[in-house]
Design a protein around this ligand. Structure first.
Ligand code: NAD
Length: 424
């Protein structure tokens, strides 16, 4: 199973500029001095590698790859590796910065990083991908390390690639180093609870936001876009807490039931049908473009970026948006959402349950001791709730929307740490 870690808005706006637009507003509210502003906006390290790989036909192909370490102020940098044909340096830079803010929001001792290789993993054999992963690891062996820079899966990579990365790194060091990478298979030091961690965090932040808005979950309705890892887990856990899920969707279409969809049934259907809802009979088909503007109390975009834009934001009827996906809302739509008084739990807070449990994986690897599922869930829920409260308090204190408040919390923490460390 592949999963994606934090990704910036990939809309018509440049990803780095989109991230910086929000960063700049928060920096201004905080009154960040020029020196710190310049330090925080510039990536610490940008590495470009070219790795030769022997392909199955015997020919050698050279692949270009990147690793951007945005910040190591809070601790070793953390961030996924993306295998995609269109990955480019500016995108990796934005993704790396996004990781810095996300880790700071949930108060885990990591900086931000991201990596990528220009390749199309869906047209490559497993052997070719393995040789590519190992060659990339070799070329970055001095960058990676459990105390330096800890990769994870992103688009186009998953536990299999992380296992190869760990093995290659360990061979170079002459001993098994589990903690050099997270998102590993369970048998190789992966953490219990990682699969559902992001959806669980989405549910926890939705419950916290509903509480602030005085909404009773058992009298509330929701629509969820995307029924993959994040969307289906968020739907299941929200339904367990009494929220009636009226609409769900995936690439095959959108599905609606006025009486509430039986989420367990929909998940079983999806699992039996190649991960897709196509042909699901427990709900009526609806126009996918109408899902996020339908009459529900909560919407959860949990699929792709740039789905709430100036095109549809006027029609949104929900009181609460919880961003399961990365970058589902364009910068231009932010203003109208705020004018309409809709609360948004922003991506860098709402979907940070994933990186939180990745952090737990690293902690367990370093302790050499596996936590129970209950312990993982209980600690992750506590971190999500505390982070929500921090961001909510900042939004009240500075009278800003939750998104800007999340950036304020993150930037403030990194800036303060930078000052205590005495500069570099
Ligand atoms: P996934 O591949 O498991 O699921 C994606 C789902 O979205 C699938 O159901 C797919 O059919 C659906 N989808 C794709 N395009 C769609 C469209 N245009 N309209 C409606 N549905 C569509 O991916 P995931 O891991 O659930 O990730 C979803 C989002 O959450 C991504 O933005 C990802 O970056 C973000 N995220 C994931 C994690 C994680 O741990 N999985 C962590 C942080 C952020």
């Amino acid at each position: 199973m592949l999963y994606k870690e934090p990704a910036p808005i990939k809309d018509r706006e440049n990803p780095f500029e989109s991230m910086m637009s929000r960063f700049n507003i928060a920096a201004e509210v905080l009154g960040l001095d020029e020196e710190t502003y310049n330090v925080l906006k510039s990536p610490t390290r940008q590495v470009i590698v070219n790795v030769p790989v022997t392909m199955d036909d015997g020919k050698v192909r050279v692949f270009e790859g990147y690793r951007v370490v945005h910040s190591t102020i809070l601790g070793p940098s953390k961030g996924g590796i993306r295998f995609a044909p269109d990955v480019f340096l500016d995108e990796v830079k934005a993704l790396a910065a996004w990781m810095t803010w996300k880790c700071a929001v949930v108060d885990i001792p990591y900086g931000g990083a991201k990596g990528g290789i220009i390749c199309d993993p869906y047209t490559m054999s497993a052997g070719e991908i393995e040789r590519l992963t190992r060659a990339y690891t070799q070329s970055l062996v001095d960058i990676f390390g459990p105390d330096q820079d800890i990769p994870a899966p992103d688009m186009g990579t998953g536990p299999r690639e992380m296992a190869w990365l760990m093995d290659e790194y360990s061979k170079t060091k002459g001993s098994t180093v589990h903690a050099v990478v997270t998102g590993k298979p369970l048998v190789l030091g992966g953490s219990l609870g990682r699969v559902e961690a992001t959806g669980r965090g989405v549910m926890v932040s939705a419950m916290a936001a509903m509480d602030k808005l005085g909404m009773d979950p058992s009298k509330s309705t929701a629509a969820i876009q995307g029924f993959g890892n994040v969307g289906s887990w968020a739907a299941k856990l929200m339904a367990e807490r009494g929220v009636k899920i009226l609409g769900i969707s995936d690439v095959s279409g959108a599905y609606w039931n006025d009486n509430g969809i039986d989420i367990e049934d929909a998940i079983n259907y999806k699992n039996a049908h190649n991960g897709r809802l196509e042909g699901y009979k427990g709900a009526e088909l609806m126009d996918p473009d109408e899902l996020l503007t339908s009459k529900v109390d909560v919407i959860i975009p949990a699929a792709v970026e740039d789905v709430i834009t100036i095109e549809n934001v006027d029609k949104i009827q929900a009181r609460l948006i919880v961003e399961g996906a990365n970058g589902p809302t364009s910068y231009k739509a932010d203003k109208i959402i705020n004018e309409k008084g809709i609360m948004v739990v922003p991506d860098i807070l709402a979907n940070s349950g994933g990186v939180t449990v990745s952090y737990f994986e690293w902690v367990q690897n370093r302790m050499g001791f596996k936590w129970t599922l209950e312990r993982v869930n209980e600690r992750a829920e506590r971190i999500m709730n505390e982070s929500f409260e921090r961001v909510y308090a900042a939004s009240q204190k500075y009278n800003v929307p939750m998104r800007i408040a999340a950036y304020i919390v993150a930037i403030d923490k990194v800036a303060m740490t930078y000052k205590y460390r005495g500069g570099f």
